[in-house]
Design a protein around this ligand. Structure first.
Ligand code: GLU
Length: 386
């Protein structure tokens, strides 16, 4: 079905109704949901949520939990106030809190006959293709056994270069990793709002958001407990939507929220997926949304059009400039003359090599560098329009 020449996107009601048949669901739980009362863990949450998971599993869903809360629980356990905020304090708190966190999931789920598995990841684990495939196989095995993986960032060792950013982003990278058909982001807001609810308490929750719809107002600030905010939830949801997977942003403090979402109740904000024909395959999604870019390649208007409108490769002749230090095989941003990012891709040449062949015909590559890996700077199979 196509209206007005636009690619048809699945309608909200049809997507909601189909959630009952989704096989694998990734549920991200924010720190504020877990530590709702002044940083103290909320025992009721764990028991209620476990019942919710058990019901979903009973109905045939495979469940992956991405849970924040390690730092918040660790700080509460250690009695640390706002003065202990260095990186080492946060990482130490995470080490303490992660035990507490996973024990609470294990106890509540165990009571209902479900085993949980603790999985701690750093960005390195998903950036490296062989580690990625390993994580995928392990998680697949756990899910086949009916175990519920409880994933968090390995905060104790993660420093900036190997960080995911926040757990919203981590959950968006985990979704394609486990072939999820739905991402649920649970926090302490009822969904995305038309306007900032803190400035305008009457602002309504946006029921659904289609791929072409403008973003609702999100101010980018996070709550006190966790790292992500509304902007990061929207970013995570939009990213899985590009992969053809819907996302729901909802209030995790509401009883039975997960089972109700899966039953098709119109709760929270549903971010609609791209139509199947235009959805990014897992590898392209990984290039665009999991890898961190190491540099920028500025291209001319002809190359921009060839990439964005024609789905073509980037050739040396279209390159105008290079920024950053990247090696062959690294992810880079492709930017237009104004510096706006138009695509991301894996570069076949290092930054220094691209600098030397920029503006040249592909037939001149070998004579210039003494080696020719490819005719393209970025092959279209490795290039994703953003
Ligand atoms: N990994 C952090 C924790 O468990 C939370 C990160 C986030 O809030 O996104 O405390």
């Amino acid at each position: 079905m196509s209206r007005g020449g636009r690619v048809a996107v699945p309608e909200a009601a049809a997507v909601r109704a189909a959630l009952a048949r989704v096989r694998t669901v990734v549920v991200k739980v924010g720190s504020a949901v877990i530590a709702a009362r002044e940083g103290r863990p909320d025992p009721l949450f764990f028991w209620g949520f476990a019942a919710d998971l058990a019901e979903a599993r009973e109905r045939g869903h495979r469940l992956v939990v991405v849970s924040s809360g390690a730092i918040a629980l660790g700080r509460a356990r250690l009695g640390w106030d706002a003065r202990r905020r260095t990186m080492a304090h946060q990482q130490a708190a995470a080490a303490v809190g992660q035990c507490d966190l996973v024990q609470r999931y294990a106890a509540a789920c165990g009571e209902l006959g479900m085993a949980v598995a603790q999985v701690l990841l750093t960005h390195e684990d998903l950036r490296d293709r062989s580690r990625y495939m390993n994580a995928r196989a392990t998680l697949g095995t756990l899910l086949d056994q009916g175990v519920v993986p409880v994933i968090n960032e390995n905060d104790t060792v993660a420093v900036d270069e190997i960080r995911f950013g926040d757990n919203d982003q981590l959950s968006a990278m985990v979704a394609p990793l486990v072939d999820a058909g739905l991402l649920v982001l649970l926090s302490t807001v009822a969904g995305l709002h038309e306007r900032d609810p803190r400035r305008d308490p009457g602002a309504a929750v946006v029921g659904s958001l289609a791929p072409g719809d403008p973003d609702p107002s999100v101010d980018g600030t996070a709550g006190a407990a966790g790292r992500g905010g509304a902007a990061s939830k929207l970013g995570a949801a939009r990213s899985v939507a590009r992969h053809g997977v819907p996302a729901v942003i909802a209030d995790g403090r509401e009883r039975g929220i997960l089972a109700r979402i899966l039953a098709g109740e119109p709760l929270g904000t549903l971010v609609l997926p791209a139509a199947a024909a235009s959805a990014l395959p897992a590898r392209k999604h990984w290039i665009a949304f999991t890898l961190k870019t190491r540099g920028r390649i500025r291209v001319d208007e002809g190359a921009r059009r060839a990439i964005v409108e024609g789905g073509r490769s980037l050739l040396p002749s279209g390159v105008r400039g290079v920024e950053g230090r990247f090696e062959r095989g690294d992810a880079v941003s492709v930017v237009d003359a104004e510096g706006r990012e138009v695509a991301r891709g894996l570069c076949a040449y290092s930054a220094g090599e691209v600098e030397r062949i920029r503006g040249l015909r592909s037939s001149r590559i070998e004579a210039t560098l003494g080696v020719r890996y490819a005719d393209e700077v970025i092959h279209r199979d490795d290039l994703v329009v953003v």
